[in-house]
Design a protein around this ligand. Structure first.
Ligand code: M6R
Length: 616
């Protein structure tokens, strides 16, 4: 949501800004804009509703000058519709300063009233313009951009990343963050700012994540970070683990197609270094200490969307292996209901981006109540891992498509490693049992490759079904969250009504939806691993088939029991029952992607969606 880029250096900043904004497109946006200051102190800007190409076309028709200092923005509308006027940057101080913003300024109405009473005029419906006008007023009072910026941010409530430039101080970009992301890219004779490292990784892999309530000022040769009162803050640079090519399509038709294909690597890379001589050990947990892990009485997982489904899958494994009760909560529900938390509670957050606002707030709330918090995250330097007691990173590489795929399998992998680590430390599994589970996990990358080989067939199925208006998904045990995930993928990518159900719930209501021709995907548990559940799900298939459903079964290789009742069977390799989700989800991802393509939709950036939801 909202992409932010800032640059100071010798390059033409407009090129850097437009390139950075393209790399941040995946975050989701509906308008874009840039402001550039040249060495003579001229400030020019352009902004347009629509995709970046609309802004690029505008800049082609009405070029702005080529300065070495600039800020760029992609906006996902919150306050005020996606119009040219509401697009960022917003100007103030007689158009001498430009400001961009990600987040929501919660006290904007009261500030606006104050500024209106002071004679200010507003051109947009945004909360952002209030910050711009306030900064203009403070600049007139102080004549110092850094001081004016500090005074401004101290007045703001809510979540914000702000960047600003002023024509009277060419060669400086100031930025601030509270509850929204901002990362510095450290260059040689040039410096960058971005919502995430994708904005500048093409130029530098040395980065610094700015902390909560901090301000940064970059010039070509210097970076200073302070708190909101101007006190210097120590920063810890890190090296970005992937390069720009990892965030390119590399010949694939879409980022999603590439990311689906990368899933064997996402799992293998997340395992790498965490299984040594057949024993799971997660070094990142050392800082908590084994005693702390032994004394956990309850785990609460907080996450949203696909990440929450990864949490639901992990509940089955962690409870079975480590014998700790696990509850999985949507972050936005968790934080507004006085949950019972104490020092025996471990909160595990799951977030690909590490910036989902509700998950961040849930983690902060839990820690305030005395819980320890572990973050399972895919993005280095993101806010949630920084706000946690320990971070277990997934190593899926950058996920650019809005629909989460490789991050999901990497999250389950990391959580399974965590569950096995806990089981070892707490002594709840024997060495033989641990070794058997470890072997299952290590075999997953190759098995996902086998599932991917059926992609063409799943694609054909999707193309036959491109007129379908509703699809149902059934699963049981670990197959239940996979049914939910299959439905979510189809909704977000193909804009088709889709519902996931626990198969056991069918006769309690959902079966009323079955009418002749209704497509139903059924995730069938293994007949070997789930001898009790398998026949029950086969019975469910018979029940819906008897009412005319068109059944597409995702079943283990060799499972003959489904054959008489399923219209289509997609086979997955044999795996331990807890490991089936990592395989069964793949055809559902491909189905949704192909159906989206068949309908001519934007696979990577579905309508109305943002990759990371950084506002409530
Ligand atoms: O970055 P996060 O993992 O915290 O994002 C959580 C959800 O917004 C995300 O998984 C969303 O549901 C995906 N678009 C689903 O494909």
């Amino acid at each position: 949501m909202c992409g932010i880029v800032g640059y100071v250096g010798e390059r033409n900043s407009l090129d850097v800004l437009m390139g950075g904004l393209r790399r941040l497109e995946y975050r989701g946006y509906d308008s874009a804009g840039v402001a550039v200051v040249d060495d003579e102190g001229d400030l020019e800007f352009a902004k347009r509703a629509g995709k970046l190409q609309v802004l690029a076309d505008e800049l082609g028709r009405h070029p702005i000058h080529r300065g070495g200092t600039g800020i760029g923005h992609t906006r996902w509308a919150t306050h005020g519709g996606p119009t040219d006027r509401n697009a960022h940057p917003h100007l103030a101080d007689d158009d001498k300063l430009a400001l961009i913003h990600n987040g929501i300024i919660e006290n904007f109405s009261e500030l606006k009233e104050e500024l209106l009473a002071d004679g200010a005029e507003f051109l947009s419906e945004t909360d952002t313009e209030v910050a711009a006008v306030l900064l203009g007023r403070e600049y007139r009072a102080t004549g110092d951009l850094r001081e004016a910026f500090r005074r401004t941010v101290r007045r703001l409530e809510g979540a914000f990343t702000l960047l600003a430039v002023h024509k009277d101080e060419p060669g400086v970009v100031v930025g601030a963050r509270r509850n929204s992301p901002l990362v510095i890219g450290l260059g040689d004779g040039e410096n960058f700012l971005g919502s995430d490292v994708a904005a500048f990784v093409e130029f530098t892999k040395r980065a610094v994540a700015i902390g909560q309530d901090q301000i940064v000022a970059i010039t070509a040769g210097e970076v200073t970070v302070t708190d909101f009162d101007g006190n210097a803050v120590e920063v810890e640079p890190f090296d970005v683990a992937w390069d720009a090519s990892a965030a390119e399509k590399g010949g694939w038709s879409s980022f999603m197609a590439k990311e689906v294909a990368e899933q064997p690597d996402a799992v293998a890379n997340t395992i790498r270094g965490r299984i040594v001589d057949g024993v799971v050990s997660i070094p990142e947990l050392d800082q908590l200490g084994d005693d702390a892990l032994r004394s956990i009485r309850r785990i609460t997982v907080v996450a949203c969307g696909t990440a929450a489904y990864a949490g639901m899958v992990s509940k089955y494994a962690i409870e079975q292996w480590a014998r700790i009760p696990v509850e999985v909560e949507l972050s936005h529900e968790f934080r507004y209901r006085e949950p019972v938390i104490d020092d025996g509670t471990l909160v595990v957050s799951i977030s690909q981006s590490g910036e989902t606002m509700d998950t961040l707030m849930a983690v902060k709330y839990a820690r305030e109540q005395g819980a320890k918090a572990i973050s399972v995250c895919n993005t280095q330097g993101a806010t949630i891992p920084r706000e946690s007691d320990a971070a277990v990173y997934t190593h899926a590489g950058p996920e650019v498509a809005v629909a989460s795929t490789k991050a999901f399998v990497a999250q389950i992998t990391a959580l399974y490693l965590f569950g096995l680590h806990l089981a070892r430390v707490r002594g709840t599994l024997s060495e033989e049992e641990l070794a058997a589970q470890v072997a299952e996990l290590q075999a997953i990358p190759e098995k996902i490759t086998t599932v991917l080989e059926q992609g063409e067939r799943v694609g054909e199925l999707a193309h036959w079904m491109s007129d379908t208006r509703s699809v149902l998904f059934l699963g049981r045990h670990v197959g239940y969250p996979i049914a939910l995930e299959g439905a979510l993928k189809l909704k977000e990518l193909a804009y088709i009504h889709a519902e996931g159900f626990a198969a056991g719930e069918l006769k309690h209501g959902p079966i009323a939806l079955i009418e002749p021709g209704q497509p139903v995907f059924v995730v069938v548990p293994s007949p070997r691993g789930s001898a009790t559940l398998h026949p029950k799900v086969v019975s469910n298939i018979q029940e819906i088939r008897a009412r005319g459903a068109r059944v597409i079964a995702i079943a283990e290789a060799g499972d003959a029991a489904v054959l008489p009742f399923a219209d289509e069977v997609i086979r997955i390799p044999l795996a331990g029952p807890l490991f089936e989700p990592l395989l069964a989800v793949v055809p559902l991802q491909i189905f949704a992607m192909e159906l989206s393509q068949a309908k001519g939709l934007d696979v990577d950036q579905p309508r109305n969606l943002a990759k990371s939801v950084t506002v409530e």
